[in-house]
Design a protein around this ligand. Structure first.
Ligand SMILES: [Zn+2]
Ligand SMILES: [Zn+2]
Length: 279
């Protein structure tokens, strides 16, 4: 964790999980304490909701009780009197098979922010080693990126696309993982970025990639390409599932964004983008 004196005062962690996510036990107040001691300006809670989660891979249920979630977090936020600007969002798993439920999600407009993420390829999550059994790595990556493009055609109820090269975090062979740079996939990545920009949506810089390598998700050249194509909406998120990862590698991430040509990060409030200087 960076120390207080080195972190830029405008940074928001816009991708944070709590015990409302099936894969996290994190306590909301402990998350806030961690964000305060790091000197973040604010954070957005974004717990998982994945419709049609495949039970053969995990016995876990990834559907968020939205009303309870929003009510509980809202009352914590209301009684909070510390320095953080705290907002409430969801990380929505995007899939064509449930696009109607995704597109009508949060019809009462209670959320500040929705990250749309691809966690599944043909109904399976590359996070699990069983996904990769008997599979060709290149074909799986191509299929994952095609799935993103397909999701962009049918799922529109989100603000930024999460961790665009998520699948590469979990390539089982470490040498192959280190060598993978997705340069061979530039055409489909360009198509994804152009579609996101045309839809008026954005992407995120997700620092969880630094847990297993030296690139964020998506990697630097994709962030740079997004900016080059005219992309402006970019959020910054740790994807923390524990308090110790809040704001992880954020100073490095800020420098990467500046190097890629960004002057601002984006933070959403009631689904509207606000731009905040990182210079
Ligand atoms: Zn995710
Ligand atoms: Zn996440």
């Amino acid at each position: 964790m960076a120390n207080v004196s080195t972190i830029h005062p405008n940074l928001f962690d816009c991708h944070v999980h709590t015990h409302f996510s099936t894969d996290s036990d994190a306590d909301v107040k402990e998350i806030c304490t961690a964000a305060e001691s790091l000197g973040l300006r604010g954070l957005i809670f974004t717990d998982h909701n994945d419709f049609d989660w495949p039970f053969e891979e995990s016995s876990d249920e990834y559907q968020l009780p939205l009303e309870t979630y929003e009510n509980t977090l809202s009352s914590i936020v209301k009684s909070y009197n510390g320095p953080l600007d705290i907002r409430i969002g969801v990380e929505q798993g995007l899939q064509r098979s449930c696009c109607d439920r995704i597109n009508s999600y949060d019809s009462k407009n209670r959320l500040d922010f929705i990250i749309g993420s691809s966690h599944l390829v043909e109904g399976k999550d590359p996070y699990y080693p069983s996904f990769w059994e008997g599979k060709d790595v290149t074909k799986s990556i191509n299929l994952y990126l095609d799935t993103i493009l397909d999701n962009l055609d049918c799922c529109h109820n989100f603000d930024v696309y999460g961790h665009i090269d998520y699948i590469t975090r979990y390539i089982p062979d470490s040498e192959t993982r280190a060598k993978t740079n997705l340069k061979d996939c530039q055409d489909v990545i360009d198509a994804i970025l152009k579609k996101i920009i045309t839809l008026g949506k954005g992407i995120e810089l997700n620092t969880a990639g630094f847990k297993s390598g030296d690139e964020p998700n998506p990697r630097r050249w994709i962030l740079s390409r997004y900016r080059e194509l005219g992309g402006e909406i970019i959020t910054l998120g740790s994807d923390a599932h524990t308090p110790d990862r809040i704001g992880d590698h954020f100073e490095l991430a800020r420098q990467i964004l500046i190097d890629c040509g960004f002057k601002n990060i984006t933070v959403f409030k009631k689904r509207k983008p606000e731009f905040i200087s990182i210079l």
